[in-house]
Design a protein around this ligand. Sequence first.
Ligand SMILES: C[S@@+](CC[C@H](N)C(=O)[O-])C[C@H]1O[C@@H](n2cnc3c(N)ncnc32)[C@H](O)[C@@H]1O
Length: 416
Amino acid sequence: MIILSQLIINPTYEKMIPALTAEEYDSLKDSIKNNGLWIPILVNQDNVILDGHHRYKICKELGIKIKHAVRTFPTKLDEEIFVIECNVKRRQLDDLGKHKIYEKLKPLYKQRAKLKQIEAGKKYGENHPKSLRTNDHKLSSKEKEESLASTQAANEVNLSRKKAQRMDHVKEQDPKLYEQIGQTDKITVNKAYTIIRKKEKRKLREKEIKKLQVHLPKSIQLYNQQFQTLKVKPKSISLIFTDPPYHDKFLYLFEDLAKQAGIVLRDGGSLVTFVGQGNIGKIIIIMEKVGLKFHWPLVIKHTGPSASVFGKKVLVGCKIMLWFVKGKYEGEFVSDIKESKFQGKELHEWAQSTVESDYYIKYMTIPNEIIYDPFMGSGTTGISAKKLNRQFIGCEDNSKDENDYFTIAQKRISNA
Ligand SMILES: C[S@@+](CC[C@H](N)C(=O)[O-])C[C@H]1O[C@@H](n2cnc3c(N)ncnc32)[C@H](O)[C@@H]1O
């Protein structure tokens, strides 16, 4: 038996282990009160507590005699590792708690591996158990140390190495978000990692865009304004290929588009517009009011992730474009179904792929004709028009949006 006052708390050791919640502490206290101290407090040869800081505190509060056992280690480092490891095994930790311990163990394992290497005078890594070896034979010995320590620490706290590395990354990029992991259902490790990756990808694209120069030929005219105020020469446009905002509250934009299309389309010209599936009927009525004829629906098949409309129990596998004609269509045959390509949304939340604009511009018009996109966004239609040697008029009003889509469109089209 040891006298309570003879035990020493090393504050560094005490901080190495995660504190119990108030609830956990009370429950441990009740158990010790009712059953006595079952698990002895582990101390080193100098009576410094290695394991049992909470139990020690509770025994002091309750005035209970303590049992102890002495553990000795060949080095201070082994002792430090033990202090952490024996706690991990007993505690119920969530991902964040596990990762915090993983972070403490990793540098210690690295240090131990280095010492072993020096001792053995051998190349590091040769004698490590197979289960801890990683696929990293191409790494430098420093990177190997890092990688092995990371695998070992992740194994010890029962986190997959991938998860641990993802959490490392989230912490490095956004410490606040890291602290939220697991604290609400919404922020899982994967969710936090996805948020960070999305931001990183966006920054990368923005950097790429910054590097691009704007050199637009005369055949390409871009306007940063509301399309309703743009003066386009009457009967000059062969194809309006566009993608207005879909939401019901923007239906008035289709009315404005119809009015303008009626004036600027030349005879035989087409208007091809993406539409929200829910408003197809209304949009046909709006367009036909100004004398455009509904020609055909065009189905653009999704290839990337697709959405579900829960209210209607529909798994969405395609986008719809409606094709209207002023007078009689003069272009070539086109297919009414086209498989699109997944388009990342880093540059514009609603960016479309160029697959469909390439295809319909190519077959509905001939070189040098004018293509008009009044809702240009990040400039997808303009890219296709330029590549196919058509003239292009694009309009984008993002005055209500924090993203500078107009500049993005200018640069993308310039560099197409
Ligand atoms: C669905 S997005 C077009 C995305 C585009 N297809 C792309 O691939 O990037 C519609 C765009 O129309 C713009 N817009 C909305 N109202 C407008 C208006 N009255 N005049 C011009 N542009 C407008 C929005 O800022 C938005 O960028």
